[in-house]
Design a protein around this ligand. Structure first.
Ligand SMILES: Cc1cc2nc3c(=O)[nH]c(=O)nc-3n(C[C@H](O)[C@H](O)[C@H](O)COP(=O)(O)OP(=O)(O)OC[C@H]3O[C@@H](n4cnc5c(N)ncnc54)[C@H](O)[C@@H]3O)c2cc1C
Length: 597
């Protein structure tokens, strides 16, 4: 990144230092509060919400370290670091304690929204306190009758003579909606102005502070009340609230970016929020994998397969059992693939920021648009599967609360639901992103991937893997063409029905690409190390793999790619065949046919 003027003042050493500091904060301050937060949870007392007691200190350290604005420009108090780097930091904070990380993620989203769409007077009053995390922020979309169907919302905004709006209505499931980490909370609320069109076209977005800054600069109550907190399966330390706006007629809102622009603005802000949720899946996956790995080295059970029948054979750590190793490889390759995917999205966002021409900007915006629904959906779904596999590695101990992985699985599940369910991500990918300009985004993406993969293709040791990748990519292309054809012939229901499997396949192909990219680099470096050590034969190389950590690391990277390509990408053709058989059983079955009443 440092070759771009925007990041020229930084260096690799500076980036390494930031990562090391984030790692320390995550490990020493965030992680010890993870379980405490899960056990104590948030409490609703006398209309106020208390976060777990242990969260206050790490919050202060995080706020004082300026972490929230690390990738924002210095004009708003940020440190101007690359988004790719902040992505890595969010992973570490999230892996250590996702519930706590939620407060900062939503606050950053609100601050960024204000920066991009707020009037200068509003920015002056509220923005600094958000970017410094002295105050917190929220996104208030959901209502009882308006979940996925946001256009059905009932919260109202009534125009006032001074240009402000009176807000009335109820929002549910609002993360960080009320809490005692900060003095004030700035809500971004979707509502409909009196007389505005029905549906999503008539939605506006309002800045609604819990405490409003009045004419004299004092903070005054703005009639936002918490009616209770939701009791959830996971993320117990994250306050999920029901909020009532304007119960006493005293809730003032300020329209952002013009009337009826709410959905347009939400779309503009979606990429950040969806990437954040994708990173949640990665964070849980990564943490669950590392815990399971450690456990598998410590837990002694059974004997090696060679001595299976000998009751006197020495007992071994479970990491020596092939089935456990297979689960570990699934977790390792999935976590590394997800990490590559999230960081790649962060990198593409950086390239949008530093683009020198309109053409370059649009190209990278296209990559971001294409990657985001995949990051969000695959990150959360695969993250959950990795957590579930971690429990399997732990056996019965994984299922009980004394061990950490059951919390990770509970905490992870919500990621496939909020910020647009994964079904909706798939419709976004298939209906908007893949369909855009007859598949232009996909073509651009595959072209860029092709250039990178061509290096791996020249590496004869990876040639068989690249061939499987090519076949999987071709299956994906065939599927998108099939969807295009179905749309032209008016059979829209087919792409809609199979949008999610298509997204999953797309995720497989991107992760396969990323793992192969890494494997090629790893393979080249590994052979340099062999040469440096004069390890020319199998025996000396094998010894080196056990003695030299760097060798083991690179060999491990190649194994991740081999495992993923052989066990996931080989299934691509079968998955596509299943879809292209045009099976409509899920549509044709009568409701009664699912089960008789
Ligand atoms: C812990 C937690 C935190 C949350 N935080 C926030 C927050 O901070 N701010 C906020 O505004 N909201 C928040 N939410 C709400 C969350 O975003 C919604 O729950 C989510 O958008 C789904 O809405 P719903 O629950 O009403 O489900 P529904 O919309 O009822 O969906 C139920 C199922 O039907 C499917 N479905 C619905 N409509 C369609 C369609 N048109 N096509 C295909 N499938 C469809 C869905 O994919 C899903 O599988 C939070 C929720 C939870 C549980």
């Amino acid at each position: 990144m440092c070759k771009f003027a925007r990041y020229a003042d930084f260096s690799r050493e500076a980036f390494d230092m930031v990562l090391a500091e984030a790692g320390k904060l995550a490990e020493r301050a965030f992680y010890p509060t993870n379980k405490l937060g899960d056990v104590q949870g948030c409490r609703f007392e006398n209309g106020q919400v208390k976060v777990p007691d242990s969260f206050h200190e790490p919050y202060r350290l995080y706020r004082d370290g300026g972490w929230i604005a690390m990738a924002d420009s210095p004009e708003v108090g940020g440190q101007g670091l690359p988004v790719a780097l902040s992505t890595a930091c969010v992973e570490m904070f999230g892996a250590a304690n996702w519930s706590l990380t939620m407060y900062s993620g939503l606050t950053h989203g609100a601050a960024h929204l204000l920066q991009r769409h707020g009037a200068p007077e509003l920015q002056k009053l509220y923005m600094d306190n958000l970017f410094s995390f002295n105050w917190a922020g929220t996104m208030c979309l959901t209502e009882p009758g308006a979940g996925t169907d946001v256009g059905n919302l009932r919260t109202k905004a009534q125009r006032q003579p001074d240009g402000t709006f009176k807000i009335t209505g109820q929002k549910i499931f609002i993360s960080s909606g009320m809490h005692d980490l900060t003095e004030n909370i700035v809500h971004m609320v979707l509502a409909r102005i009196d007389g505005a069109p029905k549906g999503t076209r008539g939605i506006s977005i309002f800045l609604v502070p819990r405490l409003r800054v009045d004419e004299s600069g004092e903070l005054v109550d703005n009639d936002v009340a918490c009616a209770g907190i939701e009791h959830k399966m996971g993320i117990h330390g994250s306050a999920t609230c029901t909020l009532n706006f304007g119960e006493n007629g005293g809730c003032t809102g300020y329209v952002m970016g013009g009337e009826n622009q709410g959905m347009h603005i939400m779309f503009d802000m979606m990429n950040e929020a969806r990437l954040f949720v994708g990173i949640q899946g990665l964070a849980h996956a990564s943490s669950a994998y590392l815990h399971a790995l450690q456990y598998s080295k410590e837990r002694i059970q059974g004997s090696s397969i060679e001595n299976m029948k000998d009751p006197d054979a020495p007992r071994t750590p479970i990491i020596l059992h092939p089935d456990v190793r297979r689960m570990l490889m699934f977790m390792k390759s999935s976590s590394e693939g997800l990490r590559g995917l999230m960081y790649l999205a962060g990198y593409c966002i950086d390239r949008v920021r530093v683009a020198e021409t309109q053409e370059e900007r649009e190209l990278f915006e296209g990559y971001v648009d294409l990657l985001i629904p995949v990051c969000k959906s695959v990150g959360s779904d695969l993250g959950f599967r990795v957590c579930e596999t971690a429990i399997q590695v732990y056996g019965g101990y994984g299922y009980i609360r004394e061990y950490p992985v059951e919390q990770m699985m509970r905490d992870c599940k919500i990621a496939s639901i909020y910020e647009g369910t994964n079904g909706i991500q798939a419709l976004d990918l298939v209906g908007r992103k893949l369909a855009f300009k007859q598949g232009k985004l996909l073509k651009d993406g595959l072209k860029a991937a092709g250039k990178i993969i061509s290096k791996a293709r020249q590496n004869y040791r990876l040639r068989d893997l690249v061939q499987i990748y090519d076949e999987a990519q071709e299956s994906l292309v065939q599927l998108t063409k099939y969807f295009g054809l179905k749309s032209i012939t008016g059979e829209f229901e087919v792409p809609v029905l199979y949008a999610k499997p298509c997204l999953d396949l797309f995720g497989d192909v991107i992760m396969g690409f990323i793992l192969l990219w890494q494997a090629d680099l790893a393979d080249r470096r590994l052979h340099e190390i062999y040469a440096e050590h004069g390890a020319a034969d199998e025996g000396s190389r094998s010894r080196l793999l056990h003695e030299n950590r760097e060798c083991a690391f690179y060999f491990g990277k190649i194994c991740s790619a081999r495992f993923f390509v052989n066990h996931v990408l080989t299934q691509a053709a079968g998955k596509v065949r299943g879809i292209m058989n045009n099976d409509k059983s899920a549509l044709e079955i009568p409701d009664e046919g699912f089960a008789l009443d």
